[in-house]
Write a protein that binds this ligand. Structure first.
Ligand code: BTN
Length: 334
């Protein structure tokens, strides 16, 4: 497999078509091995053009995700993670939960290219059609208290925002609590679910589920989310984006998770806070309030000044932003 992966990496990084001879020479393998590797990649679903006298070119829409490609890019603590990639599942969180119940190890990561019953926060559905996004769930067995473990979601939001930025080159922001925004649209949602160990004030396990919209679905997003939802790309998706994005997210997340109690991700979260400085409306249960967001504190609580001047900290809730502001971001006027 190593040769196939090397050839894939070479094609992904090539500026234009490359000849079999050039690849063989640079990779220190025979032309026949290059030819065989290209065959295997095509079998795996990669679209590779091979023109006479022009060499091989990985077609940029070729966006196959396979466990080997993701594993190849893992670094640091993420290298120990078992990666499983599936075409389609009901929900990566649901499937990983049952693996956790059967004793699955910390770090197990399930990635799917489609979810038929993707789940969002507050019992909502998370639209996850085939070929438009990636859906990742990671299994954790935290040794910290249940309270300290709450910051896994904050860590995940920063991991995604930084990964999106590394891959697309565009500035990603975080809308408290944990939605990642790109150019005024929500491109990622995170759902963390946990099984509490009451006796030890800890967790048996936690599942952090991340869904990123890479492309808008054919025909657009469903009407109920059309105003808010967005994607990383609206044109052709560059080759290797799915694999790179998955690896960048996993690497960053497990890097943060290793030092979770020190919250090494908070500064990045605070700097990316979409709500800071905005007049917002927020809902907690049935209660609707307005206020000015002053920032996010080191425990990821939203600092709000209410109309009567009182300052309050919120640990949970739903915030609505004025449409005008999002329109401004969409026009690039950050
Ligand atoms: C939200 O925005 O409400 C959270 C959405 C979380 C979606 C992800 S996709 C991977 C994982 N599996 C699920 O069913 N949900 C999460």
């Amino acid at each position: 497999m190593a040769i196939t992966e090397d050839v894939l990496e070479f094609l992904e990084n090539a500026e234009g078509p490359v000849s079999g001879e050039e690849m063989a020479e640079k990779l220190g393998i025979t032309r026949n091995s290059v030819w065989k590797a290209v065959g295997k990649l095509k079998e795996a679903g990669y679209e590779i053009e091979a023109g006479t006298n022009r060499g091989y070119r990985l077609v940029s829409s070729s966006n196959v995700l396979c466990p080997q490609s993701v594993r190849r890019l893992l670094t640091g603590p993420a290298r120990g993670c078992a990666i499983d990639v599936r075409e389609s599942v009901s929900s990566t969180n649901t499937v990983l939960k049952s693996i956790a119940e059967q004793g699955g190890a910390e770090g197990m990561t399930l990635i799917a290219q489609q979810q038929t019953q993707g789940r969002g926060r507050l019992g909502r559905t998370f639209v996850s059609p085939k070929g438009t996004g990636i859906y990742i769930s990671m299994l954790l067995r935290p040794k910290f208290s249940a309270e300290e473990s709450l910051s896994v979601t904050t860590a995940a939001a920063v991991a995604v925002a930084e990964a999106v930025e590394a891959v697309t080159g565009r500035h990603a922001m975080i809308k408290w609590v944990n939605d990642v925004y790109l150019q005024g649209r929500k491109v990622c949602g995170i759902l963390t679910e946990a099984a509490v160990d009451f006796e030890n004030n800890g967790l048996h396990y936690a599942i952090v589920g991340i869904g990123v919209n890479i492309q808008d679905p054919p025909g657009g997003f469903p009407p109920e989310i059309r105003d808010v939802a967005g994607a990383l790309y609206y044109e052709e998706v560059p080759a290797g984006v799915r694999t790179r994005l998955a690896a960048e997210i996993i690497n960053r997340f497990f890097g943060f998770y290793e030092h979770l109690t020190q919250r090494p991700f908070m500064k990045s979260y605070q700097e990316r806070s979409l709500l800071t400085g905005l007049e917002v409306t927020f809902t907690q249960g049935d209660r609707l309030q307005e206020g000015l967001v002053l920032g996010v504190d080191d425990q990821a609580r939203l600092q709000v000044r209410l109309p009567d001047g009182e300052e309050k900290l919120f640990s949970a809730g739903e915030v609505d932003i004025k449409k005008d502001f999002l329109e401004q971001l969409r026009r690039g006027e950050e």
